[in-house]
Design a protein. Structure first.
Lengths: 198, 198, 198, 198
DNA sequence: CATGAATGAGGTTTCATTCAT
DNA sequence: AATGAATGAAACCTCATTCAT
């Protein structure tokens, strides 16, 4: 297919749905889901309350669509090659990707993490999300297996936990986070240099 | 009959207060702060709504008291010897302590982590909490410095992030978490065996 | 009868009922009836809520007793000679009495006036109060009739209204009220000097 | 159908706002501010509780808007010529105005007077109100000064108090109040006929 | 497609009153 | 006579959602 024209892009950008999602995301992330009223979202998106209900069924639907959109985007980056086996370069690339994606949309990731601790929200997304996460962990596990690590499942899990913890810390205060040094640290700690194996 | 003594009243208050805090904690942790109404808490604690307000100023006060109680308890465990320098034994002991405390009160830790992503809730506790956390990280930093690690501040920070990530994963599904293996993994990865230094 | 002994006075003064009435009066007058809770009154009177209900049936009863006590006191001053005809000296004396009584218990008079505009409260006291007031006005009317004033009923009524208005203004800001000058003004305006008649 | 125009919306708001203010005024005046619940007002105005909060921020805001509207209206009548000096005709005219305005909206004036004795309510309006009242009294004072009265400030103050007292009496029972006779009485007592001066 | 007035259920909070001790 | 824990009705207020236009 031919690439989208500038006009098409403009249309997409101007799409009300997109605007609303952004407005809602920002407010959910900064003020919390329950603390953000539909009224405020509509005002922030410069539309009326009524119109919002033309685009989204209800408040919860809005949240789901936001999370959906984010997950989609995240796993796109990691879906390439997901069946094959990671090289060290790919492993390192994924780390960079991980933080690039977070940096790109910090509010989203605030919301994403908060979700994990709000059971009523989590239950909506749980299945879809856990499938995706398991996929990723399996890829990492294969990587470790291939490198001859003793307990690759554990290693993958610990890697995942580490990334969770670091991402959380990053999100809490992105300005003062030594991002580049941390990336190096992760690579040093979790990427298996081949002669290290011996 | 003669009226109750001051001591009797005090006892009643302490017991009831304890009951309410537990009921509220459980519900806040499982359903989220905003999703839990005072009505539901009162019902869960088998008291009237009105009585709850006899014990706590308002919903926020209830949350603060819960978090306070938890923080107090947590940092008690780590306050011993906080000025001195950790030995390896102490380092390992603290890891065991960390998980023992979490295991003891999983709902509390759910609430604790969820707090970090609910800005309007976090702001209530931020100062008190961050001071305590920094204290802990400084102790860890000294440990690494003393062991001759190159960048002890970074190492301490990464250790903290790792513990955060792992604790989070533990809380999400405590039943299926290989706790003992994980502890060993952490010790292996973050405890500096002295001849390793050279 | 012999005058009350110091001991008897002390008993009266210590009477709980008296204390409670005073505490309640003060708070009703300063903060409004609906804005004053039984709890606060009990605290202010240094007793428990429960005990208050030993002395007074309920909150409204407390109010009624307060107003009652005040009216009793007020009209005591004016009841002497109420059947006879006022001399100018008595007329002037009553003006002095009026302000002396107000000065003695400003909170009470704040409450008294506020009552007139709270129908649900007024209705409780209306009959008793209006009878007393009419008595007084009749005495004044007779005074004017005897002095040969043309429309003594109207004159008495206007005198009453004037005293209401001035008392109201006095109560609002007693400190800055030129009490003595005002008394003279009233006497000059409403007391009939006999040779003025001609 | 096409959506309502901005003008239509404005009209709806103004009409409904007016309705609510009237309903609230009536109930505040007849039952007292604290004795009137938002629920009752809404019912009286034939709207839902929620809608009331669409129009007024809260109960206090509703009260303020009512009082504001009344003060605005009252002082409009007296603002003409306020810098110049009153003639006798104007002085008399103002007396007629005073009672005309009260007669027009008795509930409002009940509320107005009741306010003075509800401290927590008064404090809301005090400053604005006292400024307006002082303005008026100054005009009266100038009138007396110009007529050569000895103590014009006192005379103005007494005039004000008298009008307060009479207005209060009028409001309490408008049906049986000899309005016209009273007006004459006031003019006779407080309007300075020029040859009286000598 | 678009508006915001309108609803009503449900949330937080207060407080007069009762009652076991 | 005295306490304050406990209740429950009712207050204020919010907000997701609907709907006439």
């Amino acid at each position: 297919m031919s690439p989208r024209t500038a006009k098409q892009f403009k249309e997409i950008r101007e799409n009300k749905s997109f605007l609303i999602l952004n407005a809602a995301l920002e407010m959910f992330a900064n003020n919390g889901y329950h603390n953000t009223s539909i009224s405020k979202i509509a005002k922030h998106a410069n539309i009326s309350k009524g119109l919002l209900y033309n685009y989204f069924e209800n408040k919860e639907d809005l949240l789901i669509k936001i999370i959906d959109r984010g997950i989609e985007k995240l796993f796109q980056s990691f879906d390439t090659n997901s069946d094959g086996i990671l090289t060290n370069e790919e492993f390192e690339f994924f780390i960079h990707e991980n933080f690039r994606i977070i940096k790109e949309n910090i509010p989203y990731w605030k919301l994403y993490f908060s979700m994990f601790f709000q059971p009523e929200v989590l239950s909506i997304m749980k299945d879809k999300l856990f499938m995706k996460i398991n996929n990723l962990l399996n890829t990492i596990e294969k990587y470790y297996k291939n490198k001859g690590v003793k307990n690759p499942a554990m290693e993958a899990r610990m890697y995942g936990a580490f990334l969770d913890g670091i991402s959380m810390n990053y999100i809490m205060d992105p300005e003062n986070f030594p991002l580049e040094d941390v990336k190096k640290y992760i690579i040093d700690k979790f990427c298996i240099i081949d002669n290290k194996k011996s």
